[in-house]
Design a protein around this ligand. Structure first.
Ligand SMILES: Cc1cc2nc3c(=O)[nH]c(=O)nc-3n(C[C@H](O)[C@H](O)[C@H](O)COP(=O)(O)OP(=O)(O)OC[C@H]3O[C@@H](n4cnc5c(N)ncnc54)[C@H](O)[C@@H]3O)c2cc1C
Length: 367
């Protein structure tokens, strides 16, 4: 097998990590990318005004996987970076994930007794999914959890997914937990960092191998897929299969950029958990360690994905779409059993960069 050639469709974290491991194992790898650049959604670049920017929104790398850390640190020097997010509901601001500061604000004098119950149930510093707290035996704890849902989660979920929070899969609901204590910080992983010269430079080194040939500006369609050669596909399955069973919905984001000379946000990112259409704003000076006197704010407004009009960025985490996706998986297996499907779009599943990388390493090592 070591002399067969792999086709890897897509040059994001999944495709590029897999390509590298396959090449190091002796395979030839052809990487084909639809966009005009490598690195998928992690792509970053300098704007014409000379400000460094993550083109598809802020990308913060975090992982606790020793295997992923060993892999990514081979291709970049990483600068430690702890991400902080502030929630804003109207005039009220609080740290995210929500912690005891928000409880103090919501419950006043009753806060301390609820905090004691939470600590004795889950432990000081634990991070607990909101739906778990909502099923606590104490009425007071349950009603505090419901208040957190109303303020923090419900408006944001509606904007982000175009769905009511009750319709989301539990895994999506659990992404932002409740902190049992006053601890702050968005992630808890042991490795939280950014590549010092950016993700695109990291991807260039990843793909720089004599057995890898990478090509951009070329879209692979069903008829381009070889029948016998091994293929790793990281794009959208409904599109690949001609929407035969109907289209899967995706969410896209409209990014509004504002070059500025001021620092406005109290933390790198402010999430708008209220009725305005935008979901968040990020000051790139925090995340890319740029000179704050000439920074760029990135404001995000979610919108429906329309093929050919914008980019499909997020699969919608709702059960009925998982079923449709499963049907596409079965269809592809019938017509192309030689195709392995991986990554955020192809699996129709929210994954962070480290998870995309981890599954690519597994696939490419076992292949
Ligand atoms: C706004 C936003 C913010 C995010 N922030 C974070 C963060 O802070 N931390 C984090 O860990 N993760 C973050 N992510 C998630 C991260 O971007 C993904 O986990 C990661 O991109 C997954 O990599 P992938 O290779 O599976 O997919 P992608 O990066 O989407 O790469 C897939 C590539 O395949 C190409 N492609 C698709 N179909 C075809 C085809 N038919 N032919 C040729 N090429 C094709 C696409 O153009 C794309 O470049 C964020 C995602 C978004 C959208």
């Amino acid at each position: 097998m070591a002399n067969s050639t792999w086709l890897v469709v897509g040059s994001g974290f999944t495709g590029a990590s897999a390509a590298r491991v396959l090449a190091e194992r002796g395979f030839r790898v052809r990487v084909v990318e639809r966009r005009s650049h490598i690195a998928g959604n992690a792509f970053d670049e300098y704007t014409p005004a000379g400000v460094f920017l993550h083109r598809y929104g802020p990308h913060l790398f975090h992982t606790s996987s020793p295997r992923v850390i060993d892999f990514v640190t081979r291709f970049a020097v990483w600068r430690p970076y702890l991400h902080h997010v502030t929630g804003q509901s109207g005039d009220l601001r609080y740290p995210l994930p929500p912690n005891f500061l928000l409880l103090d604000h919501l419950l006043g004098e009753r806060s301390k007794s609820v905090q004691q119950l939470l600590i004795s149930s889950y432990g000081d510093g634990a991070r607990v999914p909101l739906h778990v707290v909502e099923s606590h035996e104490s009425d007071d704890v349950r009603s505090a959890a419901q208040a957190i849902r109303r303020i923090v989660f419900t408006p944001y979920t509606r904007k982000m997914w175009g769905e009511h929070a009750d319709n989301l899969l539990p895994s999506a609901q659990a992404r932002v937990p409740v902190v049992i204590g006053y601890q702050e910080g968005y992630f808890t992983d042991s490795f939280q960092a950014l590549p010092t010269d950016g993700y695109t430079a990291f991807f260039r080194r990843l793909l720089d191998h004599p057995r890898i040939a990478a090509e951009t500006d070329r879209e692979i369609s069903l008829s381009d897929l070889p029948k016998t050669q091994p293929v790793l596909f990281t794009g959208a399955l409904d599109q690949l299969l001609g929407f035969r069973n109907g289209a899967l919905p995706y969410r896209s984001i409209k990014f509004r950029l504002e070059a500025t000379r001021r620092r406005m946000t109290p933390s790198a990112t402010v999430n708008y958990n209220d009725d305005r259409p935008q979901t968040r704003i990020t000051d790139m000076a925090f995340t890319v360690a740029a000179d704050p006197s000439s920074t760029i704010w990135v404001e995000e407004t979610p919108e429906e994905f329309l093929c050919g009009k914008n980019e499909a960025l997020y699969p919608v985490p709702v059960a009925r779409w998982r079923e449709l996706h499963n049907a596409y998986m079965a269809l592809l297996k019938d017509v192309h059993p030689n195709v392995i499907v991986a990554g955020r779009m192809a699996r129709y599943q929210y994954v962070d960069m480290d998870q995309a990388c981890a599954s690519a390493l597994r696939i490419a090592t076992d292949a």
